[in-house]
Each structure stands twice: as C-alpha cells, then as structure tokens.
Design a binder for this molecule. Sequence first.
Ligand code: RP5
Length: 157
Amino acid sequence: MTNRTGPKVLVLMGSTSDMPVMEKAGPFLDYFGITYDMQVISAHRNAAKLDAVVAAAESDGYDVIIAGAGMAAALPGVVAAKTILPVIGVPLEGSALNGVDALYSIVQMPPGIPVATVAIGSAGAKNSAVLAAHIMGASYPEIREKLRTFREQGAKL
Ligand code: RP5
C-alpha cells in the first residue's frame, strides 16, 4: 500500500562528496512545498541497499526520484531501471572530465528506460527540483500555482 503524504521527492547521490552541490535542490523543493529525503547511496558501493530503497520508494509515497552522481554516474540509470517513478539525473563535476563523463553516462540511456537529465553541477541540482515541481504539478494544483508565481518572480530564489 502506498503511504501518500502529499508531494514527496527522494534525493539520492552517490557520495557524501556530492552533498554540497545536491543540497542546493533543497531550498527549491521547500519553495514548492515538496517534502524530501536525501540519502547517500552509491550504485557501485552500496548496491544491495540501493535495491531495497528504490524497491520501497513507491510505497513510501515518493512521486519523483532525483539522483546525482559524478564520474561513471551509474546511479540515475540504475535507479530508473528499478522503478516506474520518474527519475531526474544530475551530472556532477569533480572528475578529470569535469562532469562531461557523468553527463554522457546519465543522458545516454537506452530506449525504454529514460532519465530526465539536467545541467552539470549546481544549475542542474537546482533545476532538478524545479523539474520535479513541473512533473508533480500535473497531480498537485498547489504546485502549479507556485510555479506560476516562481515564473512571475523571475524563476529564481
Ligand atoms: C560517484 O563517484 C559519486 O557520485 C561521486 O561524484 C564520485 C566520487 O565519489 P567519492 O570518491 O568522492 O566518494 O560515484
């Protein structure tokens, strides 16, 4: 059974080193009245834990999953493979390739298992929250109203 508790997003990232960028999604989710949980779970280092968390995500009441990762950046694609919830991928910098590696990894999903991919780094972390609001606006009229206000205010916090 799904525990519906209003609009709710699960924010995942592959490492604690991703947190300073990924936490920039927080104020935007707060602005749109979206509850969220943030967890560090690597697709490579914590595969079993990731399986369990993603398997429970729908029944835990999450509407959207945001997943940020750098380097080989398997996390968003692996998450998308395990759930029918929409997945937004945030490519992160920090490697010798400055996030282009993660961008290609996240955006180049094969047909049938999409990951909605946003910009590299901070802009992407912020836009992941705004895109989650747009997706959830289809089901939550109060988020649609906040999106209109957000646009009127210049689409910035
Ligand atoms: C990825 O490898 C993480 O998402 C992170 O961006 C990158 C480096 O991880 P750490 O070595 O800092 O833990 O899995």
